[in-house]
Write a protein that binds this ligand. Structure first.
Ligand code: CO
Length: 134
């Protein structure tokens, strides 16, 4: 069911330093920082030939990545995002398989303006999984 790897999201404690690592040390093409207020993050997109890396930095008081960074003070992989053709069909299949969909189970509009869902890390090898309809 899942298709391409859309992105890997890495939470970082210092967005400028992380951007410099990807741009200068690794020689990747990086975007300007973009505030995604509704998701409580500032994002820098690292564009690779076959996928994207998203550097996530907390934005605002109740950022969903603040607790993650409190535990992982050097930063770390926060989630991976797989593409699906039909988010509702994917959600129904997850529930049928006994996997937990986070929140109220209704797809939300993600950072790329497309419907997304998040799946419980304990059901997916310890990794927070995002599904995005493309
Ligand atoms: Co994501």
């Amino acid at each position: 069911m899942i298709g391409k790897l859309n992105h890997v999201a890495i939470a970082v404690p210092d967005l400028n330093a992380a951007t410099a690592i990807y741009r200068d040390t690794l020689g990747a093409s990086v975007s300007e920082p973009q505030d995604v207020t509704e998701h409580g993050v500032t994002v820098v997109f690292v564009n690779l030939p076959n996928t994207k890396i998203e550097l996530l930095y907390p934005l605002g008081e109740n950022s969903p990545i603040a607790a993650f960074l409190a535990k992982n003070t050097s930063g770390g992989i926060h989630h991976i995002c797989y593409e699906v053709d039909d988010i509702t069909a994917a959600r129904d299949q997850m529930i049928k398989s006994g996997a937990r969909v986070l929140g109220d189970g209704k797809p939300k509009i993600g950072a790329h303006g497309k419907p997304v869902l998040f799946l419980h890390p304990k059901d997916f090898c310890g990794t927070l999984v995002e599904l995005e309809q493309v």
